[in-house]
Design a protein around this ligand. Structure first.
Ligand SMILES: C[S@@+](CC[C@H](N)C(=O)[O-])C[C@H]1O[C@@H](n2cnc3c(N)ncnc32)[C@H](O)[C@@H]1O
Length: 327
């Protein structure tokens, strides 16, 4: 498991020093119910904001980090020097960037992207700043803007990130954002949503609109053909996230980690060398062979590869759910 930065857990813990966790637990339950009902207008109280930070932010940070790694893996020539984060909440995108652009000695790498975070909820901006206050050097790289994301006109940032925000937007607003992005100088756009039937419905809508506008897809789709996912199924992936003490208290359970399921799409206006396929489920292994569920050539299909002695098996043995299947 690629660990959540300890500094994020420490910062979250510090935020909760004077907060009653008992009260938060009830709020957390209510927030989860709301989330399951796909209700809009998320944060109606300060406790809801704090509950989101403790129970959701480490997971959304990991999902964002995953998407950033996909950009690097599939389109290594695209360099990300600037990021516009729309609906930035408590700053998950920044923490994902910190995971990637921090050196082993703890210092920010010199190529840490210039990042502009836009959020309408002033209190969320306050918490994002609080969480970052002990991260040395970050203030030079980051600008916060309190605004409605639909009013943002300048998209000329290499990467546009919308993580767990589309759920709070109407389709015509999503269209508007995509159209604006298509005409900007931005290279890459990322949308991430919960890995649920409803989250995927949003992502599929976004995917289809991006293709209609002539975009290429970096991930997860291995082509721009019609999405082959059957009606009652949904395309999703997962990241394993370490659980903090507060997280365990709020959400119950004893496991040291949780799996965050998410659906996502990354598009670009630049050319993409598409892989053959993407692995859509856990890989099943027997002594004889390995079975993959793949998205390939506009179909969801199962493919078995023999484990007997071929050279390419070494690559295949390491493949996992979410990886490209390009052998
Ligand atoms: C579920 S949170 C996600 C936060 C963060 N992106 C993450 O991945 O953890 C959604 C955030 O988007 C913000 N938001 C939703 N619609 C917005 C709008 N029209 N303008 C600005 N912010 C918006 C909400 O206030 C909230 O903080």
């Amino acid at each position: 498991m690629n660990e959540t930065p300890k500094q994020l857990f420490d910062s979250i813990n510090a935020l909760f020093e004077n907060v009653s966790l008992k009260e938060l637990k009830t709020i957390n339950l209510e927030l989860s119910k709301k989330y399951k009902k796909q209700k809009h207008n998320f944060f109606s109280s300060d406790k809801e904001r704090l509950s989101y930070i403790a129970s959701r932010m480490p997971a959304t940070t990991k999902a964002i980090e995953y998407s950033l790694n996909e950009i690097k893996n599939i389109t290594p020539k695209i360099s990300i020097k600037s990021v516009l984060d729309l609906g930035s909440g408590s700053g998950a995108t920044l923490w994902a960037l910190l995971s990637i652009f921090t050196s082993e000695n703890g210092k920010l790498k010199t190529d840490f992207p210039r990042t502009f975070l836009v959020e309408k909820d002033e209190k969320m901006i306050f918490y994002a700043k609080e969480l970052l206050k002990n991260v040395k050097g970050i203030s030079k790289k980051v600008t916060f803007g309190k605004n409605d994301i639909l009013r943002v006109k300048n998209y000329d940032f290499d990467l546009l990130m919308l993580s767990y925000v589309a759920n709070e937007l109407k389709n015509f607003q999503i269209d508007k954002i995509i159209k604006r992005w298509v005409f900007s100088k931005s290279k890459v756009i990322v949308f991430i949503e919960p890995g649920t039937k409803y989250g995927f419905k949003n992502i599929k809508y976004i995917r289809d609109f991006l293709i209609k506008k002539g975009c290429n897809l970096i991930a997860p789709c291995p082509n721009t053909l019609k999405c082959p996912m059957p009606k009652n199924d949904w395309c999703h992936f997962y990241v394993r996230v370490k659980r903090s003490k507060i997280h365990k208290y709020l959400k119950g359970g004893t496991l040291g980690y949780e799996d965050e399921k998410f659906s996502y799409v990354i598009a670009t206006k630049e050319k993409v060398k598409y892989p053959k396929a993407r692995i859509l489920r856990f890989v099943k292994k027997t002594k004889q062979d390995i079975s993959f569920t793949l998205c390939k050539d506009g179909k969801v299909l199962n493919e078995k590869v023999s484990r007997k002695g071929k050279k390419r098996d070494k690559i295949i043995e390491k493949l996992n759910w979410g990886d490209v299947f390009d052998v």
